[in-house]
Design a protein around this ligand. Structure first.
Ligand code: THU
Length: 161
């Protein structure tokens, strides 16, 4: 029997002001776009904004439904838009933020398990890692260099062969 260890490094910044100009801009866009979420059931508005390898900017917000499981997270709305508008173009960076009208939103959120699965497949599809910038409306910001770091031992297309 072998025991394997999985660990990864990520960056933590005290605030958006500590990021470079481009990253700070993307975080502020993600914060702003939370206003476009449709989240009357959770009151938890999530915004995701991507910078693509061709320079285009694509946004996504969570879109809920009275039939709860029908709702879609901001990250998967963004990936579906990016793939539809700019097929086969890599995504360099996605900034994710949220506005919690029930309370404070000063700690970063990280994509849910289903979104991690989608992000990893997108990385494989276009053969480039996606950098993630995670934040709330204020407070600390986390930068993860590759989305697949968040999903070790993942299931993927190769397993279906
Ligand atoms: N949500 C996202 O859009 N992205 C995440 O990473 C976590 C959760 C949404 C789903 C649901 O509409 C609301 O936030 C509360 O879970």
């Amino acid at each position: 029997m072998n025991k394997e260890l999985y660990q990864f490094a990520y960056e933590v910044y005290n605030s958006v002001e500590d990021l470079n100009e481009q990253d700070a801009w993307l975080v502020n866009e993600a914060r702003e776009v939370t206003a476009n979420a449709y989240a009357p059931y959770s009151n938890f508005n999530v915004g995701a904004v991507a910078k693509l390898a061709n320079g285009e900017i694509v946004a996504g917000t969570n879109q809920e439904n009275a039939s709860y499981p029908v709702g879609i997270c901001a990250e998967r709305v963004l990936l579906a838009s990016a793939a539809s508008l700019y097929p086969n173009i890599a995504i360099d960076t996605i900034a994710i933020s949220y506005h919690n009208i029930n309370g404070v939103s000063s700690h970063p959120i990280s994509p849910c398990g289903m979104c991690r699965q989608s992000l990893v497949e997108y990385e494989e599809r276009v053969k480039q890692p996606i950098r993630l910038i995670l934040s709330g409306m204020d407070g600390k910001v986390i930068v993860v260099e590759k989305a697949n770091l968040l999903l070790p031992l993942s299931f993927g297309s190769i397993d279906l062969k």
